[in-house]
Design a protein around this ligand. Sequence first.
Ligand code: G1P
Length: 279
Amino acid sequence: MIKKCLFPVAGYGTRFLPATKAMPKEILPIVNKPLVQYGVEEASEAGISEFGFVTGRGKRAIEDHFDISYELEHQIAGSGKEDLLTSIRDLINNNTFAFTRQNEMKGLGHAILTGRNLIGDSPFAVILADDFCVAEDGDDGVLAQMVKLYKQFRCSIVAIEEVPEDQTHKYGVIKGEAMKDGLYRITDMVEKPAPEDAPSNLAIIGRYILTPDIFEILERTPAGKNGEVQITDALLEQARTGCVLAYQFRGRRFDCGSIDGFVEATNHVYEHIYKAGKK
Ligand code: G1P
């Protein structure tokens, strides 16, 4: 039912300079796989098969990653290294990848609106690849958990987690009425509030399911925090006129937009996934 996922990937990744001078931050590897590929795999496990990327200048490597490299494959054919390409080859063979460019950096809301022509008129998922999520052993991934909820409630859903009070300024923060364990109906949400203005310590992380009416709302959403069009503001309108849910997911999330989170994610994947031979 949710068949499409949008990846806003136009950001510069300045926190990782000089690594990101000529390479998109989404291509930085966690052990041996680019960050963005983990996101695509998570969505694929949730039943999604059509991927849209909102890219920008200097992001060609993402398009190349999700395309066949005939020279490389020819080169390693029969060398015993072919297995290393299996995961990406499977994704390429079983899914479609489409790209559009955001030529001005006007915020996450603007990036999502730019992806409208790749999405059309169906509910869709959004993954921010910087937020790297791992499931508990044997459990569904975060997006798969959200897709299940969508089937039940048919409205926009954001993933949330508790953050320390002094971290609220980095996130969209929600206020909600608890419906059941870990599930809230949003009554208010604020983009990157100072601790004293935060309505709670429940922060939105980079997993969304959005109903397509979000595009019309985004079209008329004025620039908000930091002069950017914020998806948080558009979702607040949806919450006030309809329903938006916030879901405290199972699993663990690493903030790979920061050096500390990136290193933690790398250590985690190396110990628990790579060395354990899971992928
Ligand atoms: C964006 C959203 C914010 C959300 C965060 C999750 O912010 O605007 O509401 O909490 O992603 O990572 P960004 O990190 O792009 O500044």
